[in-house]
Design a protein around this ligand. Structure first.
Ligand code: NAD
Ligand code: ZN
Length: 249
């Protein structure tokens, strides 16, 4: 017995065979990466549409590169937190466990998760905006001209910008796995950025039990089976501690 989670949540997680998870910027907040919309969010300091859109890049590629180099610098100096590690441990205990993330920081992989679907790409990767080729080891020096590909196109970070479509295969797999899940967790996401925000809703329509973990309520909160208020790095270890002994590997 506990006061934090319902018995149904424990039972559902203990007996599930297929788990789906959606994570957002909130799961990385405890690693020291600012979220976009929470307190201290990057929204408050910068205009994301100028920095994370094709229009913004075309208008001022140098500024966009500066911003991404700043974010890369943060990401390279932080570490995965307890929330990332618990999800990596959970993956080992279920026959099917799939993790779709809106984060571009690669921290789930660094924590040991294997089956990660990066819906919005990865910030440490570069590709050509014109011919789409992936390009390794490009570095932008502050004050220098943005790098170019052999084809003449501008090189850009391998992330999905506002107004761009998500990688089709990653999105399709995320939806398929959401539809097949017995339990679906929505963790650290404001559930406002589509189509990612559709995943827990789609899972629910196909019969999954939905759990949301977030210190604040979101547009999804009223619809979920259990909303657990709190930080993912604090909630997940307590929840998993209660559930893990009952999961048959
Ligand atoms: P968001 O900034 O819109 O929302 C973050 C959510 O996390 C909020 O609901 C907030 O209440 C919650 N949160 C804050 N601290 C938390 C904690 N310790 N534990 C659990 N939840 C916590 O982020 P989003 O929903 O991911 O969508 C915004 C877009 O921003 C995405 O497209 C994403 O690619 C991008 N983004 C990525 C990163 C990253 O890679 N780390 C960082 C910022 C933004
Ligand atoms: Zn090119």
């Amino acid at each position: 017995m506990n006061n934090l989670f319902s018995d149904t949540t424990i039972k559902k997680l203990a007996t599930a065979k297929r788990i789906g998870v959606l994570t957002g910027a909130g799961i990385s907040a405890e690693s020291g990466i600012p979220t976009f919309r929470g307190q201290d969010g990057l929204w408050q300091q910068l205009k994301p549409e100028e920095l994370a859109s094709v229009d913004g890049f075309m208008k001022n590629p140098r500024l966009v590169w500066q911003w991404y180099e700043y974010r890369r610098e943060i990401i390279q100096h932080v570490k995965p937190n307890t929330g990332h590690f618990i999800l990596a441990d959970m993956e080992k205990c279920y026959p099917v466990f799939s993790l779709s993330t809106q984060n571009v920081d690669g921290l789930h992989f660094r924590a040991g998760s294997k089956n990660v679907l990066e819906l919005h790409g990865n910030i440490l990767v570069n590709r050509c905006h014109t011919c789409n080729k992936y390009i390794a080891d490009v570095h932008f020096q502050n004050g220098s001209t943005p790098p170019r590909c052999d084809c003449g196109g501008l090189i850009r970070p391998g992330v999905v910008w506002f107004g761009e479509t998500l990688p089709e295969e990653v999105l399709e797999r995320s939806f398929t796995l959401a539809c097949e899940a017995d339990v679906y967790l929505s963790i650290g996401t404001s559930a406002q950025v589509y189509p990612a925000a559709m995943l827990p809703r789609e899972a629910q329509q196909h019969g999954a039990y939905i759990i949301e973990i977030n210190p604040e309520r979101t547009p999804l909160s009223t619809a979920v089976d259990e909303f657990i208020p709190g930080k993912s790095g604090e909630v997940l270890p307590v929840l998993w501690n209660l559930v893990k002994p009952f999961v048959k590997v």
